[in-house]
Design a protein around this ligand. Structure first.
Ligand SMILES: Cc1cc2nc3c(=O)[nH]c(=O)nc-3n(C[C@H](O)[C@H](O)[C@H](O)COP(=O)(O)OP(=O)(O)OC[C@H]3O[C@@H](n4cnc5c(N)ncnc54)[C@H](O)[C@@H]3O)c2cc1C
Ligand code: FES
Length: 250
């Protein structure tokens, strides 16, 4: 992990309330799918955690949703050519075993972004079955990245595009045909709870990337602690953000 002063190459709106930010670092980083970075925003002492979506040599792309003060300032004030303070790469990331050939990816909302890094990493090496959920058609983004999957189902809550329902519902309709060896997921907690309930008893490993409020992003402040099913606690930033779904309390 390093702190870098990156140069912004692009910071553009790609869907309703969603921006794509690409920056160049001074050296190439090796980033595992599911790892994240902490992006500094002027006027805020704490950096914001954002998943790495694409890492191409010295070019890193993250995608973020406008949420509160920090992300609004990032969208408004950070233009091409300006500098950005970033800590990266952080967290453990997703790991798929050699023997796991058929990989299902189930994402919702901003949870699709770390899964795009998985699609890029495993394309051509694994059979990828993606189920990606959006609020509506206006929120749909990154089609070219998602279409790298061998099979893609787009779901919308209001039915304005693709499957009418959640990504988990779409996935569960096909799980018996897909027969995944492993499931990777990221999305809002209710979505992860639904996935946990739906896959219980199926004996398929499920890994999830958790989202917690963060302070430091490097394991020092304990703001991001989550509870594990064995009663222990874990720091989402350092011990995660990826955990086995059966091992965390949601
Ligand atoms: C590992 C990880 C990866 C993430 N990846 C993405 C991504 O790829 N795209 C994306 O749009 N969002 C992602 N998020 C959520 C993103 O960090 C928050 O939406 C963002 O920090 C909100 O900042 P804000 O200043 O706009 O909001 P505010 O609510 O004003 O933020 C106040 C404080 O709370 C923290 N905070 C608020 N919401 C969250 C949250 N959901 N998770 C963590 N910290 C939060 C902020 O970092 C800040 O310190 C990720 C979160 C985590 C933990
Ligand atoms: S954010 Fe500080 S320990 Fe995780």
């Amino acid at each position: 992990m390093r702190e870098v002063t990156a140069t912004i190459l692009e910071n553009i709106r790609i869907a309703e309330n969603i921006y794509s930010l690409t920056f160049a670092t001074d050296e190439e980083f090796s980033v595992r799918p599911g790892q994240f970075c902490m992006v500094g925003v002027n006027g805020y002492p704490l950096r914001r955690p954002i998943a790495v979506c694409k890492a191409e040599g010295e070019r890193i792309t993250v995608c973020y949703q406008l949420k509160g003060g920090g992300t609004y300032i990032l969208a408004e004030n950070y233009k091409q050519g300006e500098k950005l303070s970033v800590l990266l790469p952080l967290g453990n990331g997703f790991y798929v075993e050699e023997k796991e050939r058929r990989v299902a990816l189930v994402g919702g909302g901003v949870g699709i972004f770390p899964l795009i890094s998985c699609i890029r990493a495993y394309q051509g090496k694994k059979q990828l079955f993606s189920y990606m959920g959006f609020r509506n058609r206006a929120a749909y983004c990154m089609p070219y990245e998602l279409q790298r999957s061998d099979h893609l189902v787009v779901a919308t809550d209001d039915g304005s595009m693709g499957y009418h329902g959640t990504a988990v519902q779409a996935f569960m309709e096909e799980i018996d045909d897909v027969k995944p060896d492993v499931i990777l997921s990221c999305g809002p907690t209710p979505m992860l709870r639904a996935l946990k309930k739906a896959t219980e008893g199926r004996n398929i490993p499920v890994y999830v990337s958790l989202e917690e409020r963060m302070g430091c992003g490097i394991g020092a402040c304990l703001v991001c602690v989550c509870e594990k099913t064995d009663g222990a606690h874990a720091r989402v930033c350092k011990d995660g953000p990826v955990f086995k779904l059966s091992e965390v309390v949601l």
